[in-house]
Design a protein around this ligand. Sequence first.
Ligand SMILES: Cc1cc2nc3c(=O)[nH]c(=O)nc-3n(C[C@H](O)[C@H](O)[C@H](O)COP(=O)(O)OP(=O)(O)OC[C@H]3O[C@@H](n4cnc5c(N)ncnc54)[C@H](O)[C@@H]3O)c2cc1C
Length: 578
Amino acid sequence: MMHDYEAIIVGAGGAGLYAALEAGRSARTAVLSKLYPMRSHTGAAQGGIGAALGNVEEDKPEWHAFDTVKGGDYLVDQGAAILLAEDAVRAVYDLENRGLPFNRTAEGRIDQRRFGGHTRNFGEAPVRRSCYAADRTGHMILQTLYQQCIKSGVEFYDEFHVLDVLIEGRKCRGVVALELATGEIHTFTAKAVLFATGGFGRMFRITSNAHANTGDGPAVLARRGVPLQDMEFFQFHPTGIRGMGILITEAVRGEGGILRNRMGERFMERYAPRLLDLAPRDMISRAILTEIKAGNGMRGDGKIDDYVLLDTTQLGKDILEKKLPDITGFSRTYLGIDPADSPIPIQPTAHYAMGGIPTDLDGRVAADGGGGFYEGLYAAGECACVSVHGANRLGTNSLVDIVVFGRRAGKHIADFVKETDRGAVPRDADEPARAEVARLTDGRKGPHGGILREEMETEMMEKVGIFRSSEDLAGAAEKMRELRGRWTEVRVQDTSRKFNSDILGVLELQNLLDLAWMTAVTARERTESRGAHARDDYPDRDDAHWLKHSLAWLERDDVRLGARPVDISTWKPQPRKY
Ligand SMILES: Cc1cc2nc3c(=O)[nH]c(=O)nc-3n(C[C@H](O)[C@H](O)[C@H](O)COP(=O)(O)OP(=O)(O)OC[C@H]3O[C@@H](n4cnc5c(N)ncnc54)[C@H](O)[C@@H]3O)c2cc1C
């Protein structure tokens, strides 16, 4: 079936919905989402959205921008970070005006709390910058934006899974999607397509990410020749529930939670004497693993699945119930403990993809390292790389990213479609996607995808995790190459058409394998340590050789590598101390 729109938005998380709202002002716009919009992963975001409102103490966008650059270990494009920090203030008030119920101070202003790596006066001390709605900030953003989209007539195709993108030369013409309810394949043509498909933490065994976070957008584009940027940088959040990875927000430490090892020591005193438990995530995750390897984890056996404690007992029931109700509930449900009485057992969890589809400040997708762009192709949110997070994202900056750059991309699309004619799309444009689905469901016997998935998750966790080495990365890259080969033999067991989640699982696995391969290869190539990319064999940052973004092209049997310069026009790179 064919559908024609002016703008197609793939993804109904915060980035997609904000873009749809803006594009939909003047362009006929449809949102395609493999999930019902309200189930998008933005809804899981707990701690808050950073903006230098200065409501509870002095703060400035310039300080926010600097923290973002330093937090990202100077791989952040500085012009983009300045724009992010300045626009964050407008974005938060805009969300408030659209109905978002932020927590408030006694005077009625939006309340703010501390978060890792956010400081006043260029690193002096922690600052209260995170605006929040209890520990359900992302849920409230989704609700607010979705109702605004419905009000303004944006059309939604829920449970439509995008399989392919139509690109001719450097022009994007539309997408091909599978309708889950019927098994039917649809072609959507458009003058502009924006990908806002979220992250891909599911390539790791322990992750805070939902099952749907399989990197479909970046993988689909990479298979059509689009380069991906900074794929080696994947963030581990320090505080996932032990063994499960479910996130315990940094806001717990922002409210006064303390990390302790088996001797009860506040070990962050040794690693970040000034910011302590509110140092950036990459540093705290490394500190936890270092403690564990030294036998200071709770079991004390030095194995990487040991854990430490997040002590919340000094916060008191009132703060826990009022400001962190979901975290309190998670602890009761998953661990059977009350955080007011017992500390929470935690270990680092794979959390956020800093890399992704390279874009400019308006969401236009870069075609190469030299300033060329695709026409009519956009990306925003976690699947994109602007780059405002560099080698390590600061907490609260992803929600800013999705609303600031989702909105900018939507605005650009609205103008772009006015000046652009629709290109012709061949009637058989959906043929590759049809052939793929037909192959997977041809009834022949093949290996089950689940086995490959387990092997991928374990390999990525053990070899492409918090600490990395040449040997491990080379092994992981080779393993991903092998798993990609074995994937071509996989067949689905359920060959029916309606609600066939078996097919989706196998297609998502292909996406994860492609991205895991690119992550392992780019990590192997980067012979330095920077932000979340910590190499045992190259422990120092090496600005002389590596102050550059990596680009990676997915080729049939290879990952081709290139580079793009980093904008360091405002702050000179310095050693990163907290
Ligand atoms: C537990 C948790 C807590 C977090 N807390 C915070 C926080 O407090 N502050 C902060 O700044 N950040 C936080 N983050 C990060 C932040 O929530 C995410 O980075 C951000 O919400 C991503 O938004 P998005 O719009 O890019 O993607 P998502 O919200 O993940 O949406 C992706 C959309 O793409 C659609 N999609 C995907 N693939 C396809 C396909 N093939 N076809 C069609 N549709 C598709 C999905 O259906 C979905 O609608 C947190 C993350 C986690 C995991």
